[in-house]
Design a protein around this ligand. Structure first.
Ligand SMILES: Cc1cc2nc3c(=O)[nH]c(=O)nc-3n(C[C@H](O)[C@H](O)[C@H](O)COP(=O)(O)OP(=O)(O)OC[C@H]3O[C@@H](n4cnc5c(N)ncnc54)[C@H](O)[C@@H]3O)c2cc1C
Length: 663
C-alpha cells in the first residue's frame, strides 16, 4: 500500500481525477417511477414498483448495494405485528404510538407499517435474508418460538419485534432490483425536482441530478417520483473526521429530499421537532462500549467494584430476575421498542430499564465509575444472542465491533465491556456509547412531508418513503415497509397518469445552478467550511431553547450564508461539486426547521420543543399540526388537526382507510 505522502514524494504530483470528466454533458432518462435515494426504503420502493409493472429508475448518492443507514446491517425489525406469534394488533400498536406522541406522529404510516411490516420481512426472507433460527442455535431460549423459529427482542411476551440476521439485507435488495431491471444511477446526487411548466406547487414530473464522479448532468423524466432520501444528519453537527461521526445516520444525509420538495411547493409538518443529538457522532463507535440499550437491551451493568445496578420497571418497581427485564409489568399491556422515531413514552408502553436511582447513586458514591456491561450475568442463550447474533448483524458492528473485539480476545463468557466515563446525569439514557450529550447538538426528529393514505405528498406525482421523508416514522423495518407500500402506489398512479414534458427553462436554470461552483474563484469557501458554518448557525440559533429573536437572527444568517459564502463556494471536482450542492440544500433544510419553530408559538414536552418567549407548555389551542409550504417563494401556513387522518375525506377508522387505500 502506498501512503498519500509516498505517492506525492515519488511522483511530485497528486493523483489525477480517476474518472472521465463530463461537465455540461446532459443525459435524459425516462421512467414511470423515479426514486430519489437508494437506502432500504428506496430499494424496497423500487422492487415494489417494478413488481407492479412500472419501469423504474433509482438515483443514489452512494452505491445502492450498501448505502444508507441500513446498508451495513440490522439486527431487529420493529412493527411486525401480524407475525404468527405477535399478541399486538396493528391497531394496538398504532394507538400506543399515537398516545405516547400525544398525536404528534403519523398514524397513517404507523398503521401501514404494522399491517404489512411482517409481509415485508417475509419478502426479505424470500430474497435470502435469514429471519429465523434455522440452525437451531438458540433452541429453548425464552425469546424463541419453537414452531416458527422466529426470535424476538424487547418484549418476549408480546413478540412484535423480530431479531434478524440482517448483515446482508442491503445487497439482497440490490440483487433483486437488478433482477427486476431497475435502472440504478449510483454516485448521483439529485438536486431539484422538476414540476409541470416549472411552477411551484404543480405536479412533479421529474428531477435533475449530477454524477459525483463524472460531473454529468442528468434530467430524469418520470410520471411518479418517490423521495426516499433519509434525513439530514449533517444539519446540526458536522465533523466527519471524528470517530463515529454520523454514527446513527450517514454522510449522504444532507436533507436534500426535504429541500427539493420544499422548493417545489410541497407541504411539510413537524419540522420544528428536534431531539438531543445524542447519537450524532461525538461518542464512541456505535455499540462499541458497555451499555444496555437497543441491541444490548437487558444486559447487566456493574460498577467498578462489581456491584450490580438494579433494573426497574417503568413505575420504579425493582425487578428481581433477568427474565423480568424482557416482560411487561402489571399495568402494562405491552412494551414498545426504542428507535422507532418516538421521543416520548408513556409508562404503560415504556421498556424496563436500569433503576432511575443510578444517577444519584453515582453522585453519592454508592456506584463507583467506570461502569461495565457484564454479559456473564445473563443466561447463556441471551449472552450469545447479544454478543454474536445481534452485534454480528447490527448496522456498522459486524466488522468494527464483533470481528475486531473477538480477534482482540474479547470473550463475553468472562470479560466485561467498559462503559464510557461520563457526567452522572448522562447515565439516564442507557445508550451509553453515545457519550455525554452536547447540549447544543440536536437532530431532526419526525419532521417530513405531509402525506395522505397513499403516502402521497401534497403535490401530484410526488410520494415519500422511509424514515424522515415520511413525517413521524423511523426505523429500519418501517422504512422498508413504507417503501414497499409507496412503490406500488406510485406505480398505480403512473399507470393512469399521462406523461408531461419537463420545462426546458427550469432544466436550464438548474443546470446553471449545478455548475456554478465550478466557475467560482478558487478563493471561495469549500463545502466542508460551508457545512460547518450551517451546523454552527443551527446549534447557536435553533438549539434546545429558542425565541423569536434567535430564530429570526438564524434565518438572517442562513440567508447571508447563501448569498455570500455559498454563492461563491468553489468545487474543484465532481465530488466536491455534489457535496457543495448538498450544502445548498442543507441551508434550505435549516430554514425549514427555523420557519416551523417560529410558527409554533408555544412550548411542548411531547415535541421536546422549548420557546423561551412562549413558555406555556402544550396549551390546548396549539395541539395541532402546522403544515407549511412555499407559494410564490413565500412561506404559507395552515392548521391541521392531529387526527386529520381519521377525518373526512378519510374514513373514521384505521382499518377502513387501510382497506380503501392499501390494495
Ligand atoms: C448503526 C445503525 C444501526 C441501526 N440499527 C437499527 C436496527 O437494528 N433496527 C432498526 O429498526 N433500525 C436501525 N437503524 C435505523 C435504520 O437503519 C434506518 O432507520 C433506515 O435504514 C432508514 O432507511 P431509509 O432508506 O429511509 O434512509 P437512509 O438509510 O438514510 O437512506 C437514504 C438514501 O438516500 C441517499 N440520498 C440522500 N440524498 C440523496 C440525493 N440527493 N440524491 C440521491 N440519493 C440520496 C443516501 O445516500 C441514502 O442511501 C440503525 C441505524 C444505524 C445507523
Amino acid at each position: 500500500m502506498t501512503t498519500w505522502n509516498e505517492y506525492v514524494s515519488e511522483r511530485g504530483t497528486i493523483p489525477e481525477w480517476p474518472y472521465p470528466i463530463r461537465y455540461e454533458k446532459e443525459s435524459r432518462i425516462s421512467a414511470d417511477v423515479l426514486i430519489v435515494g437508494g437506502g432500504v426504503a428506496g430499494c424496497h420502493a423500487a422492487i415494489s414498483a417494478a413488481r407492479s409493472g412500472a419501469s423504474v429508475v433509482l438515483a443514489e448518492t452512494g452505491h445502492a448495494k450498501r448505502s444508507g443507514s441500513g446498508g451495513a446491517g440490522v439486527d431487529h425489525w420493529h412493527g411486525a405485528c401480524t407475525n404468527p406469534c405477535s399478541k399486538v394488533t396493528p391497531l394496538d400498536y398504532t394507538q400506543a404510538v399515537m398516545e405516547c406522541a400525544h398525536g404528534y406522529s403519523n398514524g397513517i404510516a404507523r398503521y401501514i407499517i404494522c399491517s404489512e411490516g411482517w409481509d415485508t420481512l417475509l419478502e426479505c426472507e424470500e430474497m435470502g435474508v435469514q429471519i429465523r433460527d434455522v440452525r437451531d442455535e438458540f433452541k429453548g431460549a425464552d425469546f424463541r418460538d419453537e414452531e416458527t423459529k422466529l426470535m424476538f427482542a424487547y418484549d418476549y411476551a408480546n413478540r412484535h419485534v423480530i431479531r434478524i440476521w440482517g448483515y446482508d439485507i442491503k445487497p439482497r435488495l440490490f440483487y433483486e432490483m437488478q433482477r427486476l431491471g431497475v435502472r440504478i444511477y449510483n454516485r448521483t446526487v439529485i438536486m431539484s425536482l422538476l414540476t409541470d411548466e416549472g411552477r411551484q406547487g404543480a405536479r412533479v414530473v421529474g428531477a435533475t441530478g449530477v454524477n459525483m464522479r463524472t460531473g454529468e448532468f442528468y434530467v430524469f423524466e418520470s410520471k411518479a417520483t418517490i423521495v426516499a432520501s433519509g434525513g439530514g444528519g449533517r444539519l446540526f453537527s458536522f465533523a466527519p473526521e471524528v470517530t463515529a461521526a454520523g454514527s446513527m445516520s450517514n454522510m449522504n444525509g444532507a436533507g436534500v429530499g426535504h429541500a427539493i420538495g420544499w422548493n417545489a411547493g410541497a407541504e411539510f409538518v413537524l419540522m420544528e421537532q428536534t431531539t438531543p443529538g445524542r447519537l450524532t457522532g461525538f461518542g464512541y463507535a456505535p455499540y462499541s462500549m458497555g451499555n444496555t440499550s437497543n441491541t444490548y437491551h437487558g444486559t447487566s451493568i456493574v460498577d467498578a467494584n462489581g456491584k450490580e445496578v438494579p433494573w426497574a420497571d417503568p413505575y420504579g418497581r425493582q425487578l428481581k430476575t433477568v427474565e423480568e427485564r424482557f416482560l411487561p409489568s402489571p399495568g402494562q399491556r405491552f412494551q414498545l421498542g426504542i428507535g422507532i422515531g418516538l421521543h416520548y413514552y408513556l409508562d404503560q408502553y415504556r421498556l424496563n430499564d436500569l433503576s432511575r436511582e443510578l444517577i444519584e447513586g453515582i453522585q453519592k458514591g454508592e456506584y463507583v465509575l467506570p461502569l461495565y456491561a457484564d454479559l456473564t450475568r445473563l443466561p447463556e442463550s441471551e449472552r450469545r444472542c447479544i454478543f454474536g447474533m445481534m452485534v454480528g448483524n447490527e448496522g456498522k458492528t459486524r466488522i468494527p465491533i464483533y470481528d475486531t473485539f473477538t480477534k482482540g480476545g474479547f470473550d463475553p463468557d468472562k470479560d466485561l465491556l467498559q462503559a464510557p466515563v461520563m457526567l452522572p446525569e448522562s447515565y439516564q439514557n442507557s445508550n451509553f456509547w453515545g457519550g455525554s450529550p452536547i447540549p447544543s447538538l440536536r437532530s431532526l426528529a419526525g419532521g417530513g412531508y405531509l402525506v395522505d393514505w397513499d403516502l402521497r405528498t401534497s403535490l401530484e406525482g410526488l410520494y415519500a418513503a422511509g424514515g424522515s421523508p415520511v413525517f413521524g416514522s423511523g426505523c429500519h423495518g418501517e422504512s422498508h415497509t413504507t417503501g414497499r407500500y409507496t412503490g406500488r402506489k406510485a406505480a398505480a398512479y403512473a399507470k393512469t397518469a399521462g406523461k408531461r414534458a419537463v420545462d426546458p427553462r427550469q432544466v436550464e436554470a438548474q443546470k446553471a445552478r449545478a455548475y456554478a461552483p465550478l466557475k467560482q474563484s478558487k478563493k471561495g469557501a469549500g463545502w466542508k467550511e460551508l457545512n460547518v458554518a450551517i451546523a454552527r448557525i443551527m446549534q447557536d440559533y435553533c438549539g434546545k431553547y429558542k425565541n423569536r429573536l434567535t430564530l429570526g437572527r438564524g434565518l438572517d444568517l442562513l440567508a447571508q450564508l447563501r448569498e455570500n459564502e455559498a454563492a461563491s463556494a468553489y468545487a474543484s471536482n465532481p465530488h466536491e461539486l455534489g457535496r457543495t450542492l448538498e450544502c445548498l440544500s442543507l441551508i434550505t433544510l435549516g430554514e425549514m426547521v427555523m420557519e416551523a419553530s417560529l410558527a409554533r408559538e408555544c412550548s411542548s414536552v411531547y415535541l421536546d420543543f422549548y420557546r423561551l418567549d412562549c413558555p406555556q407548555m402544550d396549551p390546548p389551542e396549539w395541539e395541532k399540526l402546522l403544515p407549511m409550504r412555499l407559494e410564490d417563494d413565500a412561506v404559507k401556513l395552515r392548521d391541521l388537526p392531529l387526527d386529520f387522518h381519521l377525518r373526512p375525506p378519510y374514513a373514521p377508522t384505521y382499518e377502513e382507510n387501510y382497506e380503501r387505500h392499501a390494495r
